[in-house]
Structures are given as C-alpha cells and as structure tokens.
Design a protein around this ligand. Structure first.
Ligand code: MG
Ligand code: MG
Length: 306
C-alpha cells in the first residue's frame, strides 16, 4: 500500500469533532484556534538508516536538520516556530558524546530560528530515532489547497541539490571537488526559509515546503486545490550542472524529482508577483488537474517514506 493510502486509512479512524481545529491532517501543519490565535502543530521524525546514516552525517548536522525540517513545515503554513518537544529513542549502549553533539546542533538551530525546545521524552530502541514536535504561530494559515487560477508558481531556491549531495555521500568517493562538498551540505544541513515567512503569510495563496521533490510537492498543491500547474522554467543550479556533467546525469530530473530541499514552492496572484523578485518564477496555475512541463504531463512521483 502506498504511503498516502495508509495515512488516509489511519486518519479516517480519528474523526475530528472540535470547532477549534481549523486544519487537521493533510497539510504541512495542523492549525487550531486558541483564544483567537492560530497555533500550528507539526512533527517530523529522523530514523537511523531511513533518514540518516550515522557515519554519513555529523551529529551536529543531524540536530540542525531535525529542527530545520520542522521549521520548514511551519514556514510553509505562513508561521513562525515557537515551542518544541523532542522524543528520542536510542540503543542502550549509545555513546553519550554523540547525543550531546546532536543536542548542540539542535541548540544552534533553535537559536537561529528563534524558537525553544521545552520538553520531551526518552526511550530505547535498536536504532536511533529523533522526533520533534514543533508548534508555531501565524496570523493567517497558508494552505496547500488555495492555489487560484491565474496564480504564478514560485520556488524560493534551486531544487535537486540535496539529492545530488546524498548520492555523492552514498558513493563513498574520496577526493571530492568543492562543488561536491557544497552539494553534500545542502543534504546534511538544509536551512528552512524563515526569511520569507512574512511575505509568504502576506502574499502567497498556497504554499508547501519541498521535502518529497518539486513535482511531488506541487502535486499536493494541485490535488488539494483542484487545479492544473504548468511549469515552464525550471532553474538549474550551476553546481548541479557540474555534478550532472561529472556523473552523466540529467540535471532536470534532479531539479524536478530530488527531495529534501526544504525550499518553498508557492503560488501568488499576478498583483503580488513583485514581492518575490528574489525567488524563481517557474510556472502558473490554471483550470484542470495534474502537473505539466510545458505541454507534457509529468508523472507525480516522489520519496516514499513507508
Ligand atoms: Mg512539508
Ligand atoms: Mg515535513
């Protein structure tokens, strides 16, 4: 069964009967009304050998990444991160200095994003698991389901870099070029685009963060907004070009389908286009369904977590 079918089956069991729940399952964050304020809830897990391999990422970067991927979901809903709870499950014989370094990375990230980790839970497991539950606040919830006909589609930065970095890491190559070390950094130390939060909240009609891949994540916007998205212009980073030349790869494939970039993909009306000169305009929204590259329909595939 595909991941999304499993999630659907399970969440159907938990019907929500609370008028203060403004958004439940299915978006980057859930959103609740607390005395007139909109609070965001999100959680993201890092499982050893699934999301990370212990000797392929420094513990500090792992801590940084755990916070960043959660902040990214909060920003995708237009919010700022506030308070988090961390749950960890680790093998009984784990080296405590490894955990300390992970927490140093968490500390660095929470200071950078100006949020706090204020509690959590600890247990043991055969593999290392870190789960962060993060809350945020927003004045306006920006969802995946509000893309409008005529909207322009933007991304906040290049895509495909993280996947290229991961492949370099897994290939175990020595003597890496500088651009390869740079690509690895995009994978091990992504930065959530909190710098764009105010503009997203004010001017975006819909938004998602790119975790599964550009096409897969735009696929969520398209499906939930019931609109067609036409891509015309996919920017290719110069370092992804270099990677593609060195390893004879198609850079467009990486830009379209590579995951874990943690850039934002969002749609804005033509009037608000001018606020996003620092982002890439890649296409537009129209009536219909699916994701197209010019007139060619794209297969919506992405990273499967289960
Ligand atoms: Mg997300
Ligand atoms: Mg996420």
């Amino acid at each position: 069964m595909a991941e999304f079918e499993i999630i659907k089956k399970l969440t159907n069991i938990l019907s929500i009967n609370d008028k203060d729940v403004l958004i439940g399952f299915g978006d980057d964050c859930a959103c609740v009304n607390v005395n007139g304020k909109k609070l965001l809830f999100t959680a993201d897990i890092q499982v050893e050998n699934r999301h990370f391999i212990k000797d392929k990422i420094t513990p500090k970067d792992l801590g940084w990444k755990l916070v960043s991927v959660n902040v990214s979901d909060v920003v995708a809903c237009g919010g700022v991160p506030r308070w988090g709870l961390i749950s960890i499950a680790v093998p009984k014989n784990i080296d405590i200095s490894f955990l300390e370094k992970v927490y140093e990375g968490i500390n660095e990230a929470k200071n950078f994003y100006k949020c706090e980790i204020i509690g959590g839970n600890t247990s043991s497991a055969n593999e290392i698991i870190f789960d962060l539950f993060l809350t945020g606040e927003t004045e306006k919830f920006i969802s995946r389901s509000n893309a409008k006909e005529g909207d322009l589609v933007f991304i906040s930065g290049y895509t495909g870099l993280s996947r290229a970095g991961l492949e370099i890491l897994l290939n175990n190559t020595n003597n890496l070029d500088n651009f390869e070390l740079e690509l690895i950094k995009y994978h091990t130390r992504p930065t959530a685009r909190l710098d764009l939060q105010k503009k997203i909240q004010k001017y975006a009609n819909s938004c998602i963060d790119i975790s599964d891949g550009l096409v897969a994540d735009l696929g969520h916007i398209s499906k939930m907004s019931n609109k067609k998205i036409v891509l015309e212009n996919i920017p290719i980073s110069p370092i992804l070009e270099k990677f593609s030349k060195k390893y004879s790869k198609d850079p467009l494939e990486y830009a379209l389908y590579g995951g874990e970039d943690y850039q934002l993909a969002f749609t804005v009306s033509k009037e608000n286009e001018r606020y996003f000169k620092d982002c890439f305009k890649i296409g537009y929204v129209e009536k219909g369904r699916g994701i197209y590259l010019n007139d060619k329909p794209l297969k919506i595939k992405g990273f499967e977590h289960l």
